[in-house]
Design a protein around this ligand. Structure first.
Ligand code: FAD
Ligand code: NAI
Length: 466
């Protein structure tokens, strides 16, 4: 029987990063993966394929609409969808191979099959009707999440799709109906709108992107509408019928009332994700779940069963790849006897649309709710030199600082490259920095990041370029 210091179940960003860190710390490690390829949701059907299509579709739109005004004359771009899908697949393959390489480099055994926890220190790995039992000192559950389904709506991944089907459509739908104005709906809605679909988004709440700062979300909605998105807020999907020509989606007001029928060629259901624990044998083994089906953990990632830990989408917290990675590192360090830690107050979030939306820390709504007095500094990209010369001036930066101490509590950005710009705010907040610290830090000119410095100056009502 093979014996290990650590067996990690699942090789998404949580699992494979945990395995690498544990190996660096001298442990003998194996990973168990039931999928044909390593890398989990993120590499195979999540972050990476969606970003490849966002990039390619953005280039398509830029070539069609932005080149001419810069004096670059090209004939109207023609979409070759199979080639674009091939570009996406090359990106996936490259990243998956990268994880395989990391497993080899760190001498981590890859066990292909479904992992089941038999008890403390015992994992059964089954594949093709055969199974083997592995002994290990510790186990980390990193089995991730799956799509959330709507009762009575069958997802066939052809006409009624989840994000997985929406990443692999074989033709551009004439009309795409998106259910859920969250991150997936707005990112994948953007991809298909740029490629030619009419996109309508149905959202249960009366706003898009719940959880993000309300002012940013409002401006984002206006920008998306200018791009051609249509929104039906405060509404829900209650059924989908199909005839040979179209899907007939029944949409009702969220509060109840008369239903209307909206015709579409493809319906994308993206109303969130749920933790994935199927086949793990948690109940029999005695690993407790919380009331939302997530593996319950203590502040050190330990489950209710001795020697078994859990991280990533399968536990509480934002379902983000970088949160899973940081938890993977922290739990490996804890198992090795070190002081692994994740600062949940400083986890950035990014929506990779054009413009991008990024955020770290508290929103204004959250600060109001907990009654913290704060000051706001805002700076628009219309006043930022680099944005002006590039003619990409949509959006603004907002810095929220404690009214008494000036400590930065949240930074919110809507604008091009917002996802790259947010990290100086993360570093500042990790060090407990103030708006004054940010405002006195020299920023290279001309960069879009100068808007962050100006927003920090604006906290003290002394922005220079506004
Ligand atoms: P996962 O990546 O889900 O990996 C879990 C792995 O465990 C899978 O490979 C699965 O096959 C395996 N597994 C499950 N059960 C077993 C078992 N019993 N035995 C063996 N193997 C098992 N996040 C971001 O931060 N940025 C983004 O841009 C982003 N874009 C996304 C786009 C889409 C369309 C989607 C769907 C998600 C996106 N996410 C993004 C979220 C991100 O993918 C997840 O937060 C992340 O993958 C979670 O990592 P994880 O390691 O917890 O689990
Ligand atoms: P989400 O939680 O971001 O958004 C779901 C939306 O659907 C919400 O606005 C919600 O109010 C709405 N909704 C729920 N039920 C509904 C109903 N019956 N009818 C209409 N609307 C309804 O979830 P999403 O977009 O599915 O993404 C899943 C996860 O994947 C997210 O937690 C996110 O963190 C992660 N992800 C992250 C990305 C990134 O970091 N850029 C990109 C894509 C996904």
């Amino acid at each position: 029987m093979a014996t290990y210091d650590l067996v990690v179940i699942g090789t998404g960003p949580g699992g494979y990063v945990c395995a690498v860190r544990a190996s660096q710390l001298g442990m003998k490690v194996a990973v168990v993966e039931k999928n044909a390829t390593l890398g989990g949701t993120c590499l195979n059907v999540g972050c990476m394929p969606s970003k490849a299509l966002l990039h390619a579709s953005e280039m398509f739109e830029e070539a069609a609409h932005s080149f001419a005004k810069m004096g670059v004359s090209v004939s109207a771009p023609k979409l070759e969808l199979p080639a674009m899908m091939n570009f996406k697949q090359q990106g996936i393959d490259g990243n998956v191979k990268g994880v395989e390489f990391l497993m080899k480099k760190n001498k981590i055994d890859v066990l292909k099959g479904t992992g089941k926890i038999l008890g403390t220190g015992k994992v059964e790995v089954s594949a093709d009707g055969k199974s083997q039992t592995i002994e290990t000192k510790s186990i980390v559950i990193a089995t991730g999440s799956d799509i959330a389904r709507l009762k009575g709506i069958e997802i066939d991944e052809k006409r009624v799709v989840s994000s997985t089907g929406a990443l692999s459509l074989d033709k551009v739908p004439g009309r795409l109906l998106v259910i859920g104005a969250g991150v997936i709906g707005l990112e994948l809605g953007s991809v298909w709108r740029r490629l030619g679909s009419e996109v309508m988004v149905v959202e249960f709440l009366d706003r898009i992107l719940p959880g993000m700062d309300g002012e940013i979300a409002k401006q984002f909605q206006r920008i998306l509408e200018k791009q051609g998105f249509a929104f039906k807020l405060g509404s829900k999907l209650t059924g989908v019928e199909a005839n040979s020509k179209a899907l007939l989606a029944k949409i009702e007001p969220a509060a109840g009332g008369a239903a209307e029928t909206i015709e579409a060629d493809v319906v994308l259901v993206c109303i969130g994700r749920v933790p994935y624990t199927d086949g793990l044998g948690l109940k029999e083994a005695g690993v407790a779940l919380d009331n939302r089906g997530r593996v319950q953990i203590d502040p050190h990632f330990a489950t209710s069963l001795k020697g078994v830990y859990a991280i990533g989408d399968v536990v509480a917290g934002p379902m983000l790849a970088h949160k899973a990675e940081d938890e993977g590192v922290a739990v490996a360090e804890i198992i090795a006897g070190q002081a692994g830690h994740v600062n949940y107050d400083v986890i950035p979030g990014v929506v990779y649309t054009t413009p991008e939306v990024s955020a770290v820390g508290k929103t204004e709504e959250e600060l109001k709710q907990v009654g913290v007095a704060y000051t706001v500094g805002k700076f628009p990209f219309t006043a930022n030199g680099r944005s002006k010369v590039n003619q990409t001036t949509d959006g603004f930066v907002k810095v929220l600082a404690d009214a008494k101490t000036d400590r930065v509590l949240g930074v919110h950005i809507i604008g091009r490259e917002a996802g790259e710009m947010i990290h100086e705010a993360c570093v500042l907040m990790e060090f407990g920095g103030s708006a004054e610290d940010l405002a006195r830090t020299c920023h290279a000119h001309p960069t879009r990041s100068e808007a962050i410095k100006e927003a920090a100056l604006a906290v003290g009502k002394r922005a220079i370029h506004m």
